[in-house]
Design a protein around this ligand. Structure first.
Ligand SMILES: NC(=O)c1ccc[n+]([C@@H]2O[C@H](COP(=O)([O-])OP(=O)(O)OC[C@H]3O[C@@H](n4cnc5c(N)ncnc54)[C@H](O)[C@@H]3O)[C@@H](O)[C@H]2O)c1
Length: 347
């Protein structure tokens, strides 16, 4: 291939929202540069943030998303803002880019989320939700093992994310959210539960507010029933003291008819199957720009973005798509209904 052919093949993107988490997006896009992608523009309502990030990553800064889209006409837009802005931004981007990537949670309100999916459908744009837990290396390996039938059909699951790390230092806005743990982390865990156990049909949930500094629930315990009869316990706490601090590891157990998978602390995947017991190290490498303990998240952002690039090239279907993520959001909102009304909620 000549240089010119290489250049013609490069997918050009724009980033909206140059805040805390967007750094992981930008570092990962830069890592994927040799695979044919480049972020040409960075926009933030706070122009200083946009300029700083654009300068660091060799992009053009903007403080108005529409001006950026009109000026750069990107192949895709990567939205890394907080949820209240998601609907307006997706509706703005859908007619102006073939692929729209939106950070989780897609929305706080199901009507907004449905409008975003509809806007992309109308415009013929793909919508992929930045749901990176399923792209964490341990969960990619678990999906592979499930596909190969190692444990048979999963019948029982437990997905757990408990820690005492100060998530409020880098994300102070979380302190003010009336709906916290389920919308911030529960959506990740419910996405995994649906992916690994099959579609959820009912949920029962209890929430707790354990840290008096926060406005919303910072812990929840949910029980979901899945098509085919499987059940899954999903739990999270942001106020759990453990030594060593496990943040940001997700632990899981999946029991099937023919075996069990246990994702234990320290990225140890224990496989119990017909042949006996074996253990795999599923810890990802630390990206050159990354650091522990964030590497599990940083590596998953790059895995997710590699997937988004494959979607752009027409080589893969969005995982998860906006339409699929509507069901995860519905499950998260049903968890609140269950906790508030003290009853089992059917989806
Ligand atoms: N997937 C993950 O593992 C993960 C981890 C952390 C955060 N997140 C998600 O990332 C998103 C952003 O979180 P954050 O902590 O980086 O927030 P942040 O507040 O640090 O950054 C958001 C930025 O978006 C900008 N912004 C808001 N509305 C805008 C608009 N309409 N146009 C342009 N810029 C706008 C703000 O000025 C701010 O700089 C949230 O949805 C959060 O849930 C995901």
């Amino acid at each position: 291939m000549t240089d010119t052919q290489d250049r013609a093949d490069i997918r050009r993107g724009c980033l909206v929202g140059a805040g805390f988490f967007a750094r992981n997006h930008m570092q990962s896009w830069r890592d994927l540069g040799p695979e044919g992608v480049r972020i040409a523009g960075v926009c933030d309502l706070d122009g200083a943030k946009a300029r700083a990030m654009a300068q660091e990553f060799g992009a053009e800064p903007f403080d108005d998303p529409l001006a950026m889209l009109d000026a750069l006409r990107p192949d895709f837009v990567d939205i890394a803002t907080t949820p209240p802005s998601h609907r307006a931004l997706v509706e703005l981007c859908a007619p102006r880019a073939g692929l729209v990537i939106c950070q989780k949670p897609l929305a706080e309100d199901p009507e907004d989320a449905r409008a975003m999916v509809a806007a992309c459908d109308r415009a013929g744009a793909r919508l992929v939700v930045h749901e990176n837990f399923r792209w964490q290396r341990p969960f990619m390996r678990i999906q592979e093992l499930l596909r190969s039938g190692t444990i048979g059909t999963p019948r029982f699951g437990r997905i757990s994310y408990r820690h005492g790390f100060d998530v409020y230092a880098p994300q102070p806005y979380l302190l003010t959210f009336r709906r916290l743990a389920i919308l911030d982390v529960g959506v990740h865990l419910f996405d995994l539960a649906r992916l690994l156990m099959g579609e959820a049909v009912a949920i029962t949930c209890e929430t707790q507010r354990r840290n008096p500094r926060v406005a919303g629930e910072d812990a929840f315990t949910a029980l979901t029933a899945h098509v085919g009869g499987g059940v899954c316990v999903t739990d999270s706490s942001f106020h759990t003291r453990l030594h060593p601090e496990p943040f940001p590891q997700t632990l899981a157990t999946l029991e099937g008819d023919d075996g069990t998978l246990e994702l234990r602390e320290g990225f140890r995947l224990v496989i119990h199957d017909a042949t006996g017991r074996r253990e795999e190290d599923v810890e990802p490498a630390v990206p050159a720009w990354g650091e522990k303990p964030w590497h599990i998240v940083q590596d998953s952002v790059r895995n997710f973005e590699r997937h988004a690039l494959a979607v752009l090239r027409g080589e893969a279907e969005p995982q998860p798509s906006g339409a699929d993520n509507l069901k995860t959001l519905a499950l998260a909102l049903a968890a609140y209904d269950s906790a508030e009304q003290g009853r089992r909620v059917f989806l």
